[in-house]
Design a protein around this ligand. Structure first.
Ligand code: 5AD
Ligand code: SF4
Length: 327
């Protein structure tokens, strides 16, 4: 067995021991593609004139979420660019409505502030995804003009203080990253021990200043993903959309290299085409069709669909400890 194969097998084994064979399905709704940031790698950057901007209404969001109930997804992920046009109050209302339907809610709306995070927590939100993108502070500042890594990590800390389950993560092979094995990113994750981590390959987008750079190879992406499983063994790790967009068998290979989550896209097609972080995103079939292909794959892999909200192992341990302390 090559050392790469050994690494992937070890990650797969660790995944089974720590988080089991279940694969959790999280319905993704991309609620707005407005963004006030200008990240060098991302198609939603404010200077990109080649996409039509949209913002979904609360009614449209709830409608998009309904298939999650039929398909048995326990969680809805609301994602957007960093959009100052989103009203925190409106989002709070949507969170409460989704919770009343019995769904867990994850937000991925970029950096806000403590009062807003608190408002959303009071509305019932469960988790917040905020990738750290790169652990190299200088590179971070170059890739995300006007932003800094310190603020990002501060936001993650506030979210944790407010009792959110938190998600960090990074882009494999982002231009300017000089270390192919991403040691600094792995160390940051090991230190942070997030409940989940989104780790996927960089994909060049011709509508951005980094459009001429190369995506990492599949081997490299999978081995970094496997290392992530080993440093945060209890975390939820998706087989990311970027992984499945870039490589034909990406979803399957991700699930066999440590991943235990899939995030099927529930965004209405007319909007999804405009949520173009990178080319090819959102090209997969919608709703039932995509669902059937996921079920088929999980059957082949002998991996059951996770039932219930799919909170993190770390979170469930914390709840148990709190209960014990109260007894
Ligand atoms: N390639 C891969 N991932 C990207 N993202 C944004 N642009 C790209 C790209 N060109 C990722 C970022 C962000 C997430 C929503 O999408 O990591 O956090
Ligand atoms: Fe905006 Fe996020 Fe894209 Fe940066 S990565 S431009 S913050 S959507």
């Amino acid at each position: 067995m090559s050392s790469d194969h050994k690494l992937l097998a070890e990650a797969n084994h660790t995944r089974r021991l720590h988080v089991g064979d279940e694969v959790y399905l999280r319905g993704l709704i991309e609620i707005s593609n407005f963004c006030s940031c200008n990240c060098l790698y991302c198609g939603l950057r404010r200077e990109n004139q080649n996409i039509h901007r949209y913002r979904m209404t609360p009614h449209e969001i709830l409608e998009a979420a309904l298939p999650a109930l039929e398909l048995g997804y326990g969680t809805i992920v609301l994602q957007a660019g960093e959009d100052p046009g989103l009203s925190p109050q409106t989002i709070a209302g949507v969170i409460t409505d989704l919770k009343n339907l019995g769904l867990a809610v994850t937000l991925s709306l970029g950096e806000w502030n403590r009062p807003v995070y608190r408002l959303w927590k009071q509305a019932g939100v469960d988790r917040y995804l905020m990738r750290h993108e790169t652990a190299d502070a200088k590179l971070y500042a170059r890739l995300k003009p006007g932003k800094n890594l310190y603020d990002r990590l501060k936001s993650l800390n506030i979210l944790r203080e407010l009792d959110y389950q938190i998600g960090a993560g990074f882009m494999i092979g982002v231009p300017g990253n000089s270390d192919p094995s991403h040691e600094a990113d792995l160390a940051l994750l090991a230190d942070l021990q997030p409940d989940m981590a989104g780790v996927g390959p960089f994909i060049p987008n011709p509508d951005t200043p980094l459009g001429n750079y190369k995506a990492p190879s599949m081997e490299r992406s999978l081995s970094v993903l496997a290392r992530v499983r080993l440093v945060i063994p209890d975390a939820h790790l998706p087989a990311t959309t970027a992984l499945e967009t870039l490589y034909p068998q990406g979803r399957r290979q991700g699930l066999e290299a440590g991943a235990n989550v899939i995030m099927p896209n529930l965004t209405p097609l007319r909007y999804r085409q405009e949520y173009r972080l990178y080319p090819g995103k959102g090209a997969r079939g919608q709703g039932a069709e995509n669902h059937q292909s996921i079920l088929g794959l999980l059957k082949e892999l002998r991996r059951p669909v996770g039932k219930g909200p799919g909170h993190s192992v770390l979170w469930n341990k914390k709840i148990r400890q709190t209960k014990k302390a109260a007894e």
